[in-house]
Design a protein. Structure first.
Length: 178
């Protein structure tokens, strides 16, 4: 699900903000592994004057995958290929091998996890990917961390009406709202 949404170059978020709009050199998302709630992060350095518009587009992609623009067969196939055809180069360094072994230990993955990984990924259906999106994404419950020129972006962000905005300076000090 993450690979087609923002985890690959040809993902929806990157194609929208970079290729379609030209507002970003690259945008992506990451779904981190965790034993509990899994952090989902969208990272999109964009043109300062397109900050609020970019946020709107990201929300459109997140809501779309849950509603009127679910994953397609072609997107799932591309994601499957991306996740499996890159495996050959995944363990080119000792650190990479160590990292995957640590992941297997940390999450109690079976010893044959990578022996069966390709088949598991290639057997995923569009319905399973869609269900994963519904299980994991909550676009109306996001915490937005926005970095930029406050004088340029604040009005546009406030117009999105997300609720409380807490401006913080580069040293982590909360700034007055006035």
């Amino acid at each position: 699900m993450n690979t087609l949404l923002g985890g690959a170059f040809v993902s929806r978020i990157n194609m929208n903000l970079r290729e379609d709009k030209g507002w970003s050199y690259g945008a992506s998302s990451i779904l981190l592994s965790a034993r509990g709630q899994r952090p989902f992060i969208v990272y999109a350095p964009v043109q300062t004057d397109k900050t609020s518009e970019s946020i709107t587009e990201i929300l459109k992609e997140l809501r779309g995958i849950l509603g009127d623009n679910p994953p397609t067969e072609d997107e799932v196939l591309k994601a499957q290929q991306n996740l499996t055809l890159t495996l050959a180069g995944q363990w080119e360094t000792n650190a990479a091998v160590e990292g995957d072994i640590l992941t297997m230990v940390q999450y109690d993955l079976p010893g044959d996890y990578y022996d069966t990984y390709t088949a598991q990924v290639r057997n995923l259906s569009v319905e399973q990917v869609t269900q994963a999106a519904h299980d994991l994404l909550r676009p109306d419950n996001l915490v937005w961390i926005i970095v930029g020129d406050r004088a340029v972006i604040e009005d546009g962000i406030r117009s999105l009406d997300f609720g409380e905005i807490i401006p913080i300076d580069a040293d982590g000090n909360v700034l007055s709202d006035g």
